[in-house]
Design a protein. Structure first.
Lengths: 228, 318
């Protein structure tokens, strides 16, 4: 079933016209060097900043929906972990339209519930902000570097949570910098370069292809990556 | 509970503003009822109503501006809005020669709008504290200097003397009609600002997330700017520039809303109204033999609070 269909998606100067269709269930990993257009693609999908083109999620146009309905359709998590006002973790999660208790267990948030966002560590803040996006159980999750600032154990738990969401019928499009983490847990990998999709396919095929070498200037050397 | 206490305090201050000193008013009532009623209706009510409306407008717009700029040090006075409004009113009265409340209001709203749009152009949407304060300071200084210049070069040689009390901020001797000219736009602006609460709360997560929720951030910004200009401009036209209430009220209000910046608009309006009623009571009870301009009272109380905020709390009080 097609959960996301985007046509002629573009942001002037940042993203070339792009078509993208995602069949559920799917965890789609976006990889690419800094400035390659990962965030721009996520923005265009979330209808941020004057994006052109059409987006249909479950056949519905998010631009036509009021905030309440829209938050059940899609959630966007930006790469920045800044929060403008010192809300408690519980209140911050509620801003997304979902309940704190629904996600508190899987993200281990109970101890943080009444603590102010400005008094949390960056990693704790990342988890609360992730909870804000997950809690309404939207059909489509658009996550910009959800693994950033998380320790190795939490990175693995994050991927398990995302797999779980996918198993329940949600779709995830998420940008990652760790190629191996992305490849191990995703169903599909998009390599971005210069504001367009340079490669698209199963993670193993994409990593074995030429795109990674051309785009990043790195190559496989045994289990590691090395500069060319 | 806190809100009930706040409402009760507000009602008490309003009653006090109407009736104090009760003894004098009661003995006058025994002698001449129609005179007492005239005092209540024509002197006390406009004054208390103006204090309530102007204070509420400053509180509500302060909360909205702080939410919009994601900055606890933004307020109508520190952004140059009130100085811009004063300049607009002075130019309208002394250069264009229109002194009716409507003309003054239009001039003041124009000045306030100009100051806010200039600030947005200079400091950008989500301004760093330093940029915001410097841009606001520059606009205030420019508007202040131009106001002085406009008065100094005005055709009327009495312009300075005329405008002095008004410039300092004053609620005294306004008619019910004049009070309505300030209170009605303020009330409408506050009610419309309240409709922006969810969008302003969403801005806590950043402009991009607010947009992903479906809030049009550009339109939101224009709404806040217009409503602030109209409400504050109309109040400045009638009562002159009053500072610090718009800075202080939202900071206390957010303590009641768990930090939510949009939800703080209503409590900020109530606190703002209470603060200005209290400042007015203080201005007329000061044992100096005459009434102090209310702008002086709010500045005397507000400036040390502002200093304390800047020096000791920095970002913590957000």
């Amino acid at each position: 079933m097609t959960i996301l269909e985007a046509r002629r998606l573009a942001l002037p100067g940042r993203l070339e016209p792009t078509h993208l269709a995602v069949e559920a269930p799917a965890l789609v990993a976006l990889v690419g060097p800094n400035g390659s257009g990962k965030t721009s693609l996520l923005h265009a999908l979330a209808r941020i900043g004057g994006a052109q083109g059409e987006v249909r999620i479950d056949g519905r146009d998010p631009s036509a929906l009021a905030p309440d309905a829209r938050r059940r359709l899609l959630a966007y998590l930006p790469a920045t972990r800044d929060v403008a006002w010192p809300l408690s973790a519980r209140d911050l999660v509620a801003l997304g339209g979902g309940g704190f208790d629904e996600v508190a267990t899987e993200l281990d948030l109970e101890p943080l519930a009444s603590r102010r966002m400005d008094r949390l560590s960056t990693g704790e803040r990342s988890r609360v902000l992730l909870a804000r996006a997950l809690a309404p159980r939207p059909r489509l999750l658009l996550l910009d570097e959800p693994a950033a600032n998380l320790d190795p154990a939490w990175q693995l738990r994050l991927m398990a949570i995302l797999r779980d969401a996918v198993a329940k019928g949600q779709a995830v499009v998420a940008a990652f910098h760790d190629l191996d983490l992305a490849a191990r847990h995703s169903d599909r990998m998009l390599v971005m370069s210069g504001g367009r999709v340079a490669a698209d396919g199963r993670p193993a095929e994409v990593l074995a292809g030429d795109a990674i070498q051309e785009v990043f200037g790195i190559r496989r050397e045994g289990p590691d990556w090395a500069l060319i | 509970m806190t809100r009930l206490l706040l409402l009760a305090g507000l009602a008490l201050l309003f009653a006090a503003s109407l009736l104090l000193p009760v003894g004098t008013l009661a003995s006058l009532w025994a002698q001449d009822r129609s005179l007492t009623l005239a005092i209540l209706w024509e002197l006390r009510l406009p004054r208390a109503g103006l204090a309530l409306a102007y204070g509420a407008m400053l509180g509500a717009s302060g909360a909205a501006i702080q939410a919009l700029f994601a900055n606890p040090l933004a307020s109508p006075d520190l952004t140059g809005t009130t100085s811009g409004a004063a300049l607009g009113a002075v130019v309208t009265a002394y250069w264009l020669g229109f002194a009716s409340p409507l003309a003054l209001s239009i001039g003041a709203v124009g000045g306030a709008l100009g100051a806010l749009l200039l600030l947005l152009a200079l400091a950008g949407g989500r301004a760093e504290t330093a940029t915001l304060l410097l841009a606001g300071l520059a606009i205030s200084a420019l508007a202040g200097a131009l106001t002085t210049l406009a008065l100094a070069l005005a055709p009327s040689p009495f312009a300075f003397y005329d405008a002095y009390e008004w410039l300092m901020g004053s609620l005294v001797d306004r008619s019910l009609g004049q009070a309505a000219f300030a209170a009605a736009p303020a009330l409408v602006s506050i009610l419309l600002l309240l409709r922006l609460r969810p969008a302003l709360d969403a801005l806590t997560l950043g402009e991009e997330v607010a947009q992903s929720f479906g809030h049009d951030v550009k339109r939101l910004r224009l709404w806040v700017v217009w409503l602030t200009a109209i409400g504050v401009g109309a109040c400045v036209a009638i009562c002159g520039a009053i500072g610090f209430v718009g800075l202080v009220a939202p900071i206390f209000a957010r303590r009641m809303t768990g930090g939510h910046p949009g939800r703080a608009i209503l409590p900020a309006a109530l606190i703002g109204g209470a603060l200005l009623l209290a400042a007015d009571l203080a201005s007329r009870s000061a044992p100096l033999g005459r009434t102090l301009p209310i702008g002086v009272v709010t500045a005397l109380l507000g400036a040390p609070f502002f200093l304390w905020l800047v020096v000791h709390m920095r970002w913590r009080l957000k």
